[in-house]
Design a protein around this ligand. Structure first.
Ligand code: ADP
Ligand code: MG
Length: 416
């Protein structure tokens, strides 16, 4: 078995405070340290950051980390600084003098990681600066942003490869994502010209999550929603709705039913939005009713349920959102209310988009509908979508349970 040098293990322990590697981490770190292009597919929360942070510390020079969210960038840099690693970021929040200071620190060769927003990477002045810098490798975090088949496509991400080629053509690249669909994977590899990269793919099976779909019927579903939440009294849960309006409506409905809930969406004043998010993280709130604007980078371990009151736009998005339940390894319940009209409604929203974009979105929606309507094991369906095969039914989703109950109901027949 491949093992990294003792020095690397010592850094894992003394700098990051972890006594062991998790899953594929050691293989990945080793691969990158050997200067090989590396492609990592690992579910959210599994520990992708370490796969580039540890090699960045070990290697000479500065690692460039491309990351899509400014808020997450600052967060990561603060965390690295807190454990004594020199790291900075370059993005649009910095003033001219602040970014000049960052650049001079990098040129002084005492920076291990430099986080860069894709919009900043494409700037001429930054390209010129990066050409001067002594770099170790390039990490592309949230690499699914490259793909139009992903759930959060960012056009600037598509330019990364050509810019890296200008900066330093032979720099190793590590691309990381929690999106495992074969379509997205191929798209990323093609775009980064990384078809030859070594692939490290972990299983996406979240064995502690229970998957359930119920038909959406106007008032009945609202009653069921309230009943479900009340049966999880004092537990944390997330309710996803499609529109801001629906978020407000459901949050109000829960509040009048004495449920400790608040809304979260991009239309709220940022102070209110931040307060509601913090209250949820600090357990002052049991339930957050949100659009998909909520959740990226949120690491609350004890979310006990995620409810989709409206159907998501893709199974990929569904997996990411439900993945916020049960991060502590204890049970999480993933409930979705579904009616086909919602699929049609979502498709209509796309009517002004370019033809291929609309067609792509339609394929994703059809896959979502197929999941909602399937009678087979839901876990099998999800894993299959991510290119994994599962031999046996999981026994831990509504479809499996239904089959088992019917079967158990017939026990007396076999006993007789
Ligand atoms: P991802 O980017 O894959 O969603 P993160 O890199 O944010 O995941 O890591 C998720 C959590 O796992 C973090 O709290 C991190 O500190 C922790 N973690 C990562 N690697 C290890 C490890 N080897 N041992 C223990 N905890 C780890
Ligand atoms: Mg991450």
């Amino acid at each position: 078995p491949v093992q990294v040098e003792e020095k690397v293990k010592a850094d894992l322990k003394h700098i990051f405070g972890f006594s062991h590697f998790r899953g594929n981490q050691e293989l990945i770190v080793d691969n990158l340290l050997k200067q090989r292009n590396t492609f990592v597919i690992m579910p959210t929360g599994a520990g992708k950051s370490l796969c580039y942070q540890l090699p960045a510390v070990v290697k000479e020079g500065t690692a460039i980390v491309i990351s899509p969210l400014i808020a997450l960038m600052k967060n990561q840099v603060d965390q690295l600084n807190a454990i004594g690693i020199n790291a900075y970021f370059l993005n649009s929040t910095l003033s001219k003098s602040e970014s000049n200071r960052v650049k001079s620190e990098v040129l002084k060769k005492n920076t291990k990681l430099l986080y860069v927003a894709p919009e900043s990477l494409t700037k001429e002045e930054n390209i010129a600066f990066l050409k001067e810098a002594h770099l170790s490798f390039v990490a592309i975090d949230e690499a699914h942003c490259i793909s139009e088949w992903g759930h959060d496509f960012r056009p600037e991400y598509r330019k990364i490869k050509s810019i890296v080629a200008q900066i330093a053509p032979n720099l190793p690249i590590i691309a990381l994502t929690a999106t495992a669909t074969p379509k997205v994977q191929q798209d990323i590899q093609r775009n980064l010209q990384m078809e030859e990269a070594d692939l490290f793919k972990s299983s996406f099976n979240r064995t502690n999550l229970f998957y359930e779909v119920r038909p959406k019927v106007k008032n009945e579903s609202k009653k069921q929603l309230i009943k479900f939440i009340k049966s999880h009294k004092g537990k944390s849960g997330i309710i996803y709705c499609l529109s801001r309006k629906k978020v407000e409506e459901i949050a109000d409905l829960l509040k009048v039913n004495q449920i400790n809930a608040a809304p979260y969406h991009a239309g709220l004043d940022s102070s209110v939005r931040i307060k509601n998010q913090d209250d949820f993280l600090n357990e002052e709130l049991d339930v957050i009713v949100a659009t998909i604007a909520f959740g990226m980078g949120i690491d609350k371990p004890d979310v006990r349920y995620v409810i989709h009151y409206d159907v998501p736009k893709s199974l990929e998005g569904y997996y990411q959102e439900t993945g916020r339940a049960g991060r502590d390894g204890l049970e999480g319940h993933c409930l979705m209310f579904y009616r086909y009209e919602d699929i049609l409604k979502l498709d209509k929203f796309n009517k002004d988009k370019a033809v291929t974009e609309r067609e792509n979105a339609k394929v994703l929606l059809q896959e979502m509908a197929a999941y909602a309507e399937t009678g087979v094991c839901r876990r099998k369906f999800i894993l299959n979508y991510f290119g994994e095969t599962m031999e046996e039914d999981c026994g831990f989703c509504d479809n499996c349970k239904r089959v088992r109950e019917t079967f158990e109901g017939m026990d007396f027949l076999t006993l007789a």
